[in-house]
Design a protein around this ligand. Sequence first.
Ligand code: PLP
Length: 540
Amino acid sequence: MENHYIDETIFNLPSVGLSDKDRLDALDIFHKYIDIKKNHFLGYQNCSKLDYVNDLKDFLEYHINNIGDPFSPGYFAMNSKILEKAVLDYYAALWNAKKPHDPGDKDSYWGYVLTMGSTEGNLYGLWNARDYLSGKKLVIDDVKECNSRCRQTIPKTRYSEAAYEKHNPNAFTPVIFFSQDTHYSIIKAARVLEINTPYEIGAKKYPGENPLSKTGEWTRDLTEVPSVKGPEGTGSIDIEKLKILVEFFASKGHPVIVSCNLGTTFKGAYDDVEKVGKTLMPVFEKYGLINRKIIYDEKGDEDIRNGYWIHIDGALGAAYLPYLEMAYKQEKLGAQGPVFDFRLPFVSSIVMSGHKWIGSPWPCGVFMTKTGCQLYPPDNPDYIGSMDTTFAGSRNGMSSIILWNYLAKNSYEKQIEKALNCENLARYAEEKLREVQESYPDLDLWIERTPLSLTVRFRKPNDRIVAKHTLSCETLIANGEERTYAHIFTMNSVSKENIDEFAKDLLAPDAYTQGDIESSLKKINVQGYGFKSEFGRGWR
Ligand SMILES: *Cc1c(COP(=O)(O)O)cnc(C)c1O
């Protein structure tokens, strides 16, 4: 939508290229545009206060590529794996995993810095979960010394699969459970990986047996597990309903994947991971999903592993909840979020985005699991000289430098302060919006904030305000009616002044009159955000 504001033709690339002047002018206009957007950026959970140019600009002169496993240097020497390992150790400590990574220690962590954001981490985590639960052979099963060139211990490449279990044909067909507030990357990953959701496999294999419905019929909404009080609730998974569904499929012999949210995308809500685990462990126990013995086709080869996988989608929350917990322990905050990390023995994997809480200039993130749960990598290519254990081939080596620099500059104390600031700002934004509500006696603005979240949601204002503040919007069925909400996130880059200006915009006479996009764009020009006069050529 933003592109409507710019004359796109100035960016056309003719075969002869552009003159230096036209090229620099175009970049200048784009710079001004992106800067305006940055200064009013409220709608997404990305910190847009970045501070990397001075320290790191010189690295743009290098192609830094962390291809292959972070823990083996490989042949591609222009990498930042030294920094990547330091970043991973930092998060292993923050998330209470056993460190350092040790290929011979099943309990130690393993992970890598993602080239995409949490979408890649979710895809990788669920791939790992699927192969683990469907009895594919794991990395740890077969360690041997590598040749002298790569100076490391790596597993031998060999594929192996669990033997068919006559007494339980479902033993290696996992079912995935996640709440209706879950990010779309999880359902995308489930589709790519062909992991069954309750609805898909229920309707096909167990018609008339839906344990949550009086008629037993499976409806499409059971692709997801209901959240507490549905769309009107705070956004946390309904653990009672989760238990009923998990028990149903476990009783049919299926292994179980649960994806928990830590900071849902729209409501910023947290699933109570500890309660999820404590509720489900007795179910797993009852149906033999703890320490299952896996027998392979090959003679005498067996493995003991769990028949469940609990994945934590902490795209936003895993990055700051530990600091809120520290603040709580220091009595600087009256509540803390759920415990979600490797202190809970049933947690199998965690993902986090680097561009959300931290604010990196491009998407990145961290994936972490335990060495004993690692995927058997598809190959051990001689070409790169290190295990191909990651999702991408080439990996962005700059991301590890960005994350490392940020973590080196921001002590736990600083991060606690930032987390408290954001938390206070969210409370402030909620108060401000409630003040705005007083000016609308006849219109319910549906203002809500999930406790401890960094976001406030409310009735979507007109498109001009949505565009100005880059709001994100979502339509939910609540109270039997279709409601289109918008939300703001109070990240570290947001100031009280931003909130005040936003609240003031909501008081405009047409704030809640929806014009079509074209007319609201005209309003932007008419009302003089100064795009045209300030920037001259290139803006309409
Ligand atoms: C943003 C988000 C994702 C996806 O992360 P990307 O970094 O955009 O790939 C996944 N899960 C949740 C809960 C998110 O908020």
